[in-house]
Design a protein around this ligand. Sequence first.
Ligand code: NAD
Length: 332
Amino acid sequence: MRSALVCGAGGFIGGHLVRRLKADGYWVRGVDLKSHEFAPCEADDFLLGDLRDPYFCRHTVDRRFDEVYQLAADMGGAGFIFVGENDADIMHNSGTINLNILDVCCKRFVPRIFYSSSACIYPAYNQTDPNAPNCEEDSAYPAAPDSEYGWEKLFSERLYLAYARCRGIEVRIARYHNIFGPEGTWTGGREKAPAALCRKIAETANGGSIEIWGDGCQTRSFLYVSECIEGTLRLMRSRFVGPVNIGSDEMVSIDALADMILAVAGKQLRKQHVPGPQGVRGRNSDNRLIERALGWRPSQPLSVGLGETYRWIERQVFAGKAAPRAPAVRAA
Ligand code: NAD
């Protein structure tokens, strides 16, 4: 039986990854600062602890796992990574996790490790036109990410590549583009745009209004979590190192995203544009490299995943209160 370690197993993507690895027949150890908030952990073994602590990392990687997936990070949506006050924590915490876990994996002769980088590494200067952003993998340099979160991801990509060159560990690096789906953070300040919009729409009764940060014309693409996991495992099981985009290339404006969720919800609400953190003006996944390297690219339409996600978030909202608030909600 193959063994895998999933760092960040108490989080959104890590939780889905553990479930898939178990379905694929792996023995899985999960590790995280916290237990999963929304689903029972399906790992054979789950360690609760802080991967910033090198002693805890040694305890976590106490054997030669066949595969390690490093997804643990101090992260969140625009309301967390673009506001400035979390920058030192983001860089210190995520950087320390990567330094620790990669080093201990080398010392235990782990043959292969996956690292989840981000579309946030791409230069801001290539993402000023909402209709024509450039996120081709080779465009990462000269580097100019729009956030410290992106700079830490870029540093860590280089760290993993340096360990591959100098210490012989095989690495696989994906740049995720806005992953969404059920069982992810949907409230509390770290939620990302699809979850935040689903929550606002679920909380608001027909005839009310929802707030949207910015003018709603900024563009993004969003990838459903099951396709993210599929791409991650295909990359991990391939000979291709990356970094490679794992994202959807169905680019939409934030207003269009809200309209799609409204259609799923069967609601008519006004969109109220308010100032707020937004990040770059346009971003889309360029999927030419993943198609060339893996013979595969994500293909599920955005509307399908939004349906699943909205219904899950609506259940969370209803579980927390008897009925939707009416008519307007001031949300984070
Ligand atoms: P998440 O926040 O749900 O999961 C990250 C997990 O890491 C959390 O459960 C958190 O508790 C854990 N963690 C943080 N600090 C830790 C520490 N010191 N010790 C142990 N565990 C710690 O995020 P996610 O959406 O599942 O993202 C997983 C990975 O993918 C992250 O590295 C993230 O940067 C990357 N990524 C995600 C997206 C996305 O859209 N979700 C996009 C690009 C990149």
